[in-house]
Design a binder for this molecule. Sequence first.
Ligand SMILES: Nc1nc2c(ncn2[C@@H]2O[C@H](COP(=O)(O)OP(=O)(O)OP(=O)(O)O)[C@@H](O)[C@H]2O)c(=O)[nH]1
Ligand SMILES: [Mg+2]
Ligand SMILES: [Zn+2]
Length: 295
Amino acid sequence: MRDTKTKEVYSCNVRGKLRIQGIKSTNPVAVGDFVEYEISDNAKTGVIKDVLERKNYIIRKSTNLSKQTHILAANIDQAIIMATIAYPETYTVFIDRFLVTAEAYRIPAKLIFNKVDLYNEKQLDYLNELIKIYTHAGYECISTSVKNKTNTDKIKNLLQDKTTLIAGNSGVGKSSLINLIDTGLALKISEISKYHKSGKHTTTFAEMFELSIGGFIIDTPGIRGFGLHDIPDEELFHFFPEIFTAAENCKYHNCKHVHEPGCAVKEAVEQGKVSQLRYENYLNILFNADTKHRL
Ligand SMILES: Nc1nc2c(ncn2[C@@H]2O[C@H](COP(=O)(O)OP(=O)(O)OP(=O)(O)O)[C@@H](O)[C@H]2O)c(=O)[nH]1
Ligand SMILES: [Mg+2]
Ligand SMILES: [Zn+2]
């Protein structure tokens, strides 16, 4: 816990009573929360007495089995999903799940594509295609190579004076990016296994850092799933902004935009107004009830 006025940091316990109140959530206090606290007599540790009302929050499922949720972070200005075309490959359905979650919690989301230094021509083409698709869908995209420090200024501008959550698969370079933006932080990063081309979790819990350029960044462990379970099927398209826009012309009330004849969304896909990839991911999330909460 960090005192907003003195910037002093204290290790805190959570008052017992507060624990019970977080009925569905495994953590009553989340990263980014504003709290009321009391310092103990030795002035070293404190007790969190109350959590102030959250401007917003973003959750994920605690485990695949339980119905409990885990509040990943609260009071954030924007969420960045960091993705990589390869080493490891971020699946676009993962990106879209994240974006849907951010839309559902009304948190502005942006994309950063990392590791461009590693891509061959084909992968660079695919990167450009994705940037086109997501820009068209309304999301700001920045490509970077943390290794070569490309577009660092753009990223600094994006982060300055804001509270940003950064998420993405393990090994995409989230902690590396934060270290590049703020050399003083020296977060732990690790080599990706060459065998599996996928990372092991290096960051193990969400943690907030103050940036020297102003603002805060919340580094998170490689996340597998977000809390999409609160979204009824018939509302899922609300959280794909360009599909939602196309749906305004839909003549069907309660259209799910799947196989209804003359559905305006399907027409928009045919006309290229909604990208095939985003539409397929919409269907994928809609029908993949089993994996709806995972990935
Ligand atoms: N070639 C290349 N390697 C990079 C780049 N960015 C990060 N890496 C490497 O990717 C590996 C993983 O980076 P991390 O920053 O630990 O990844 P992370 O997203 O924080 O991973 P978790 O904490 O496990 O979620 C490290 O070996 C980095 O050096 C890049 O732009 N190019
Ligand atoms: Mg990390
Ligand atoms: Zn429709």
